[in-house]
Design a protein around this ligand. Structure first.
Ligand code: FES
Length: 471
């Protein structure tokens, strides 16, 4: 007969101190068994094919897609990271559309992995994903990518995890990971959603909170009206709410994921309750349309910055030029009455590196282009250095040293290139190289086929030769 323990007789589990990811020891070890186990370590992002094996509808319009790698290998990643997926939205024979999605599964179960996609009715990709990705669908992926993740080892392991809407996805991966590991941890999850029935993963979160004394989960309905029987919190994120769920917030590492406005508010409030900047990690969660909007905002922002920098360069270059004897043959910067650099090339427009394949650049056929290409020799030249980068759309030549990253030199000269991570991870700075050689040291932000098509990431590239760039 099974003897049931009374609740008071249930002992707290004996735990080791802090959290340690399972791959942490093997990665540093040289022992033979460790070498085998290293396949499970979160290594450099790779390109791989993955097959969907299951789809799971979630609350809040999300659908979880469970995948396994076609090569049979586990997917090694850190909780919080994402993969970039190529979706053949326009047909198998057309250029796929890339999107990044956070992994919602735990890396401690690496033989399958999942992404959870929120359907955005007005979006291009997510409706397609919901309708077309089914068990058996094989997709090209790249990853893992992203610096927003749990540490490999943490002796204190005290976390405040903040999620809004679909921003729960990487947070869910973190909760699942912590729950699957032994070790002392103290985790508070505060999850904001728009409607009572719209909290994805709520059943699993409730289960974890009920069996794992290390995890506490709070829900808030934001400023929506509370339905009858609602037992969670209500109201937007405030310092009082943070204080209520985690009075010791300033002793915790905070991971927050959600829309930009939510994260901006969270940043302010966390400062207010005494959380140090160095303890805050944020991921701007982006669904389909949101991704595009944020990229556009990023590009606009980059353009503003570039303009400001260009003005500064023009001003300082003007002063410098005027202070030098002309016989020295120094470059004469292009500046107008307002002090901005003069563009002599193609009209400035947003560079869509994904749309601009090699065929778009060299014409792709033997028909003559309608307008003659601008001649880089007529462009103004700025900067110093042994190599020349010719930016054809902006109409400027930038002199650069072989050790200098191309993005910085380009932006300082007023070339509009959007950039997020500046570490070769996100792919947002991708541009097309028309000629010349680069040395690129990326971290997964570009695929082999894109490199074959002449694209590169200027944030993590140096020039090996003179170059002509479509930007
Ligand atoms: S800015 Fe992210 S890859 Fe270049």
């Amino acid at each position: 007969m099974i003897e049931l323990l009374t609740e008071t007789a249930i002992q707290e589990p004996q735990r080791i101190r802090g959290l340690e990811m399972p791959w942490n020891r093997v990665m540093g070890s040289t022992e033979a068994p460790a070498r085998a186990a290293r396949a499970l370590g979160p290594w450099h992002p790779q390109e791989f094919m993955a097959e969907c094996v299951e789809t799971v509808p979630e609350a809040g319009g999300l659908m979880t897609f469970v995948f396994r790698r076609c090569d049979g290998a586990p997917l090694a990643f850190r909780a919080g990271q994402y993969v970039n997926v190529a979706f053949p939205v326009n047909g198998e024979d057309k250029e796929p559309v890339d999107r990044s999605y956070s992994l919602s599964s735990s890396p401690t179960e690496p033989w399958t992995f999942s992404i959870s996609v929120k359907r955005d009715g007005g979006g291009l990709v997510s409706p397609w994903v919901h309708e077309n990705v089914k068990p058996g669908t094989v997709l090209e992926m790249l990853g893992p990518v992203g610096a927003f993740h749990l540490p490999d080892a943490d002796r204190r392991a005290r976390y405040l995890l903040l999620a809004a809407g679909a921003g729960i996805t990487p947070i869910m991966s973190m909760v699942r990971t912590i729950h699957s590991l032994p070790g002392h941890a103290d985790v508070v999850v505060l999850y904001h959603g728009a409607e009572a029935g719209g909290f994805a993963f709520h059943q699993e979160l409730a289960y974890i909170a009920s069996v794992d004394s290390r995890v506490k989960v709070f829900y808030s309905l934001g400023d929506r009206s509370k339905p009858e029987g609602w037992e969670g919190l209500s109201g937007r994120l405030t310092a009082a709410m943070l204080d209520e769920v985690a009075p010791d917030a300033n002793g915790r590492q905070v991971y927050a994921c959600g829309p930009e406005g939510y994260l901006n508010t969270a940043t302010e409030l966390l400062k207010k309750v005494g959380v140090d900047d160095t303890s805050i990690y944020m991921e701007f969660f982006t669904g389909d349309r949101q991704t595009l909007l944020e990229y556009q905002a990023e590009l606009a922002h980059a353009a503003d910055i570039a303009e400001e920098i260009a003005e500064e360069i023009a001003d300082s270059a003007e002063d410098y030029f005027e202070s030098q004897p002309t016989a020295f043959g120094l470059y004469e910067p292009g500046y107008d009455a307002e002090g901005t650099l003069k563009a002599g090339g193609l009209p400035l427009e947003t560079v869509d590196a994904d749309a601009a394949g090699p065929e778009a650049l060299d014409g792709g056929s033997d028909t003559e282009p309608e307008t003659a290409s601008p001649d880089a020799s007529s462009f103004d030249t700025v900067g110093t250095g042994s190599l020349t980068l010719s930016f054809m759309r902006t109409g400027i030549n930038v002199r650069i040293d072989p050790t200098e990253h191309i993005l910085g030199a380009a932006q300082r000269a007023g070339v509009r290139i959007g950039a997020n991570c500046k570490e070769g991870m996100c792919g947002s700075c991708k541009v097309v190289k028309l000629s010349g050689e680069v040395e690129m040291n990326h971290q997964g932000g570009i695929r082999a086929r894109e490199i074959d098509a002449g694209k590169f990431l200027p944030c993590c590239s140096t020039a090996r030769t003179d170059m002509v760039i479509d930007a």
